[in-house]
Design a protein around this ligand. Sequence first.
Ligand code: C2O
Length: 499
Amino acid sequence: AIGPITSLDIVNADITPDGFTRQAVLADGVFPGPIISGNKGDTFQINVTDNLYNHTMNRTTTIHWHGIFQNRSNWADGPAFVTQCPISPGDSFLYNFSIPNQAGTFWYHSHEGLQYCDGLRGPFIVYDLDDPHADLYDVDNDTTVITLADWYHLPAVDVPIPANPDSVLINGLGRQSDDNSSALSVITVEQGKRYRMRLISMSCDPYFNFTIDSHNMTIIEADGQSTEALPGIDSIQIFAAQRYSFVLDANQPVGNYWIRAAPEFTGSSGESAPPTGLAILRYVGAPAEDPNTTETTSVNPLFEPNLHALDNPAAPGSPYPGGADVNILLDFTFNGTDDRFYVNDYTFVHPTVPVLLQILHGSYTAQELLPEGSVYTLPPNKTVEISMPGGVLDEPHPLHLHGHVFSVVRSAGDDDYNYVNPVRRDTVSIGSTASDNVTIRFDTNNPGPWFLHCHINFHLYAGFAVVMAEDTGDISSNEVNPVSWDSLCPIYDALSELD
Ligand code: C2O
């Protein structure tokens, strides 16, 4: 079966999501972009057309399907100058990929410049019609999606860093200040029913503390991976690009309750903190008015080490730190002179020829691949461990690896390693202190050049990235939905640049 959305039209248009009108970069003219959904096993063919004219927010574009493995379709992954050239204004690019063995909560976003901060972000949900855990969760409804987004009144290139949003949008609506009365999103529930709700952080920068007044949540999924049900959670700290599913029991008196997403505040004292994002949980039968509930004091916040993968929980490889086949240390630093981030002494500046095309042209080693010092090669069929000490700028940074999920064998804020039943996810906070050493494990079973980067888009833009070029010798074989290599860079003959 083919997913119902077969095209996205990328346009510049004005929107007023929080009482303030600005021009944005939008998929099909809406924010967030339309929900793309399908079923495990589906093939998605999505033709993306670039109709952008505003230079300030990039006239070129690409789309990344965040969390989708792109096994044997690595060319469809999306990051500009890693797997393809950006799409030019007036052109289209057909993303054609299958999702044979994933289900859960994903999203899509521009992977060109700072463009997703300017609006190009939307949900991507993969249902499992034969979910082996359906009985375990016992829900009446599993279609609720809740997106959280930081929103800026300036184009992203003009936003002062560290970025503090002008508002936080929940399902595309918010208020720029407390005395504002712009419309908010309403999530309707029926008393006595149980809902699987899918929470997606589409943040460009801050993490959010997510709460629902008078309700607690049972976590059942992290980043497209089912987890052992973790009940009783009253607050979820969710970093940029992370997702959770939780079960909400609509067991409170009929009424209206605030849903809140409080953004991280990185400003100095004296500056005012950005407003908390608000939406309304409304029971059927309650009047259409704002809630007057008060915030529940959190006694049981989500703590990542308590979250365990449900299926095949053990991490791959020998169960001790450094015991993988390939062990990599990534040392992250910020240079206050050029305002750029460095990974093992290299700042990522994108190459003119996408890494994938360099590989297809016969460059297989880290020494040959550009950008110099930013490409790591990984051999096939090995276990890889990557340790990532934290503390860069004393902030938590969400690191995302394309093409994989990984086991988080050591989490931020935790001194212990867990190889027995760690959480599995695709985006992890590396913590804000130098004593953090977040460590991940995965198997190299997916050939491709996979971006590994901080998902704070402003940091990616400032060089906080490397490419893990996995199984370079095998990248072009066995493509499931082959594309002509020329179409990855139609604007110029990219390969001739290499000769
Ligand atoms: Cu959602 Cu390279 O990221």
